[in-house]
Design a protein around this ligand. Structure first.
Ligand SMILES: [Zn+2]
Length: 294
């Protein structure tokens, strides 16, 4: 299982390197277009689950005029694989959190069942490649926040069995065993139980996602995990000084162990002037975070 995960990561790293290689020359748009449409393009974090889960009648097969994701526009945009995010507010914990996560996991499976001509549920890199060969969009799942296992390692195993392929260790708030970047430190990073969670994720082949976690949690996870880590939706602190972003040292440490960072293009994570203005208008970072689900 670790080999499969490594293959998926290698695929991601390849995409990043190729993008860097075409960043010169006059015909950049044409070359970028060719590269994009000849690659398996994978989005590692998408929140559309909230739409087809909570909005009665939202149909992925129809072209919509709002939001960003539906099947026709994924086809147009050459997006071949997508991780739908399983997300609930980090202040919901215990059994209600588990129940709500399972409701959304089921909604993803039902959505794929409704559209078997266009979509294929995938658990491995090999399955993603096979779906692509058949002209289908590969659907995967990531759980965005360790609070959704209800502080119970057996629930993590069950999520794995249901096809979850990454879990973000925390969301905006600390959970019972990992500190978040946007909450007051409570655990000094990962607790011993949190480290057991990371080891169990390694055993299950569930990727360890460090987007949202505190810097200390990141370094604890990096030290504990035998498999490379991913940042499913973070950006670069050197460009925009946001706690949700990664410092250069963190990015280098991530890469040294084979991990990858997937960039989040939420404007307040990539544009310092925008972030400063937003913070001023909204009263600070944490207030900002309460109002968005990025
Ligand atoms: Zn997020």
């Amino acid at each position: 299982m670790r080999l499969i995960r490594a293959t998926l990561l290698a695929c991601l790293v390849g995409s990043v390197f190729m993008a860097v290689n075409v960043a010169t020359g006059d015909d950049i748009a044409e070359r970028a277009h060719k590269l994009h449409f000849s690659s398996i393009v994978l989005d590692t974090h998408d929140d559309t689950t909230q739409r087809f889960f909570s909005k009665a009648g939202f149909d992925m097969a129809q072209r919509h005029t709002d939001g960003h994701i539906d099947i026709p526009r994924m086809r147009d945009g050459g997006m071949n694989a997508i991780f739908f995010s399983i997300w609930i507010d980090g202040r919901t914990m215990g059994p209600p959190a588990v129940q709500k996560a399972i409701d959304q996991i089921d909604a993803v499976h039902q959505m794929v069942r409704k559209d078997p001509k266009d979509l294929a549920f995938c658990r491995t890199a090999a399955e993603v490649r096979e779906a692509h060969k058949q002209g289908k969009i590969a659907v995967l799942m990531g759980v965005e926040g360790g609070h959704m296992i209800g502080n119970d390692i057996r629930v993590l195993r069950t999520f794995g069995d249901l096809g979850v392929r990454y879990m973000t260790l925390s969301h905006f708030y600390n959970d019972e065993w990992a500190d978040s970047s946007t909450d007051k430190p409570a655990h000094n990073g990962l607790t011993d139980f949190g480290k057991d969670i990371v080891r169990e994720m390694n055993r299950q082949g569930i990727m360890v996602d460090i987007s949202h976690v505190s810097d200390k949690t990141f370094y604890d996870a990096l030290e504990t995990s035998k498999a490379p880590l991913i940042a499913s939706h973070s950006s670069c602190r050197a460009l925009c000084d946001h706690v949700r972003d990664m410092s250069d040292d963190m990015i280098k440490a991530l890469a040294a162990k084979g991990g990858v960072i997937q960039i989040n293009y939420e404007k307040s994570f990539i544009d310092q002037a925008y972030k400063d203005a937003y913070d001023k208008a909204s009263g600070g970072v944490v207030a900002t975070m309460n109002n968005i689900t990025k």
